[in-house]
Ligand binder design. Sequence first.
Ligand SMILES: [Zn+2]
Length: 357
Amino acid sequence: MPNILPFLKSLLSVPGLSGYETPVARLIEAEWRPLVDELSLSRLGSVHGFKLGSGTDPRPSVMLAAHMDAIGLMVSRVQDGFLRIVAVGGVDPRILPGQAVVVYATGGDDQIALPGVVLMPHTRLLPQGEGDGVVDMEHLFVDVGLLPSKVANLVRIGDLVSFGTEAVEMSGETVSGHSIDNRASVAALTFCLQELGSRSHTWDLWAAATVQEEINLIGAATSAFQLRPDLAIAIDTTFGKAPGVNDWQTFPLGNGPTLGHGPNIHPYLFKRFKELAERLEIPYATEIMPKSSGTDGMAMQVTAEGIPNFVMSIPIRYMHTPVEMAALKDIQRAGRLLAEFVASLEADFLNAISWED
Ligand SMILES: [Zn+2]
């Protein structure tokens, strides 16, 4: 079985915030190049890997999409040597104070990475009532520990700030770090490509590492339009079980991926994935998505005349924090299930699929 951990750790060590995915895209391109027949970038920077199917022309195609962008921060103001910040994507201000971050400063000749910490003024120094609950992001600042003149020279408005946590392999079973949403799924998709190296598949396959999911599913919408697959599958992360969280929206780590079920999911694909997981004895949980899946799947489903869509998710604890955590086993299982699904697609699968529950 391929060991996905070194690649995952490398993915977790680079920023690649939404709209600025180049550092992570480079790593993915290097890893995918030997695994696919063609590799390209979309106009907006999503990575497309193409694997030719063995069926006769014209072949249908399936697209597997995992977003590679990450949430983070952006410098909004440089003030007396301190940096005011705004969020890129859904950053929860509750977890920011005390965090180590990296500021990618562009004011010098070359971009440099400055270590920094997020701080807030002491409660007594904040406007009355402001320190009682969650402190709004406008009161937070980043301190890079340099003289104000140096900061003014090095840091520019719009510079990116990412979480500074290192990826940690915990007890050999779980990995913790920032950006596990959704680099865990990029790793699962890569595992799938590795598995398919020794398997034949009738259908053409598009593997896509999409940009700007955290902003507005922008990479998935544009890549699905460009590639126009017959089926589209999003791989993302979902909420892991932890103390104090509700029961129906959370899934234990280590018990396999979740299979999405709801209006954003094609019922026939759900059925197919469920049967496949059961036959292969891959553990899974059904995740109901009664509104929309909140994933790339939403954008792909409404591309062109509509693309039958499915969402598979990897449970992670502490989503959208710098210490997200996922089980390696779940990543591998998600990758294997995806590979088995692609390999199982019959030439006439599209004739069987209809919107009936
Ligand atoms: Zn995500």
